[in-house]
Design a protein around this ligand. Structure first.
Ligand code: FAD
Length: 305
């Protein structure tokens, strides 16, 4: 296909991974597309111009949903409705303790946009947009998910979701790279994840603050001790943010009310919202970060009973 001399937008609809790699090599600035729910808004309302669009929905490698011994591998172009129905299926089939992460995604996806958007919007499109209020990115971070990234030479590298978000709509992807798939591990015994989202209304609304929280506990005598934790928020910074100091505080502590009291204090210092932070409602957002953790503490304690 000779497109030289053609000045308009170039639109490609590859059907193999190799074709996507070749297109990325030829046009490093090419914009990958799946549901177009972000790019469509950027082009029509924000008047952003992209000259080369590559619609990757028909590439088999980007549409996988492979159930493995250690977790599920999800292709970057998998649509959110499909993700939801597949997670429901595996949750029904596997041991309850293995699917705490899946259940958190199922619950969060219920409040993600409406059916029309979920039917076309993709896993990779949500991740790579890196919106500071993405409902799913704090959960990928909390669930120890790993992202597989491919470059135009076909070389694959893996990074933890926790390290992928670098700044406002900025991710760890070079010009010649794109997201291939996401690996969501099974949860372990005594490992719990919970999703949170506060919006103005329940249905089809963007979050004011959202979060994904995880603890991995171990029985020591009569006590439960925190072996590992992740506390990730959306809506409190230009990017999905890990509360690192809170995580560090939690590790090694006994899961009891002393932990709750102290963790709330650490969290208050850890998630700092300036008075003039974009988005406003600073006091409300601050109280949401704390009340989510309070709810998380109660929920985990209840799960243990
Ligand atoms: P596209 O628009 O096709 O692409 C988005 C971006 O990702 C582009 O920059 C594209 O190049 C890039 N991209 C796509 N695939 C890859 C890949 N494999 N590798 C590298 N880059 C890639 N979001 C929420 O979190 N919660 C909500 O409740 C919510 N509600 C919404 C409601 C409405 C009405 C709308 C319009 C949007 C809403 N969104 C919400 C945001 C949006 O739906 C999601 O971000 C969606 O998942 C994007 O997926 P997509 O396939 O449509 O992305």
């Amino acid at each position: 296909l000779n497109l030289s001399g053609f000045d308009g937008i170039k639109w490609f609809r590859p059907t193999t991974l190799q074709e996507v790699l070749d297109l990325k090599a030829r046009y490093p600035e090419a914009k990958l597309l799946v549901g177009n729910t972000e790019v469509g808004i950027e082009m029509r309302l924000k008047k952003m111009q992209y000259k080369v669009l590559v619609h990757v929905m028909h590439v088999p490698e980007l549409n996988i949903m492979n159930v493995r011994d250690d977790g599920i591998e999800i292709g970057a172009a998998v649509r959110l409705s499909e993700l939801l129905s597949n997670l429901r299926k595996v949750t029904a089939e596997r041991a309850a303790y293995e699917t705490s992460f899946c259940k958190a995604f199922i619950e969060q996806l219920k409040w993600f946009a409406g059916t029309q958007i979920r039917n076309v919007a993709s896993v990779g499109g949500n991740i790579c947009t890196a919106s500071p209020i993405s409902d799913l990115n704090p959960l990928w971070m909390a669930t120890r998910a790993k992202f597989r990234i491919i470059n135009c030479m076909g070389k694959i590298r893996t990074t933890l979701a926790e390290n992928f978000f670098l700044g406002y709509r900025k991710v760890d992807l070079a010009d010649d790279e794109f997201l291939l798939s996401v690996f969501l591990p099974w949860s372990r015994r005594f490992e719990y994840v919970k999703e949170f989202k506060q919006a103005h209304r329940r249905d089809d609304d963007i979050a004011i603050v959202n979060a994904g929280m995880r603890v991995f506990l171990k029985e020591e005598g009569k006590n439960l001790v925190v072996l590992d934790a992740s506390i990730a928020y959306g809506g409190v910074a230009p990017l999905s943010l890990s509360a690192i100091r809170t995580k560090e505080y939690l590790i090694g502590k006994i899961w009891d009310q002393v932990l709750l009291k102290n963790a709330l204090k650490v969290l208050e210092e850890d998630i700092l919202l300036q008075e003039n932070a974009p988005g406003g409602m600073v006091e409300f957002r601050k109280s949401l970060t704390l009340s989510f953790f309070f709810k998380f503490y109660l929920w985990v304690s209840n799960e243990m009973d």
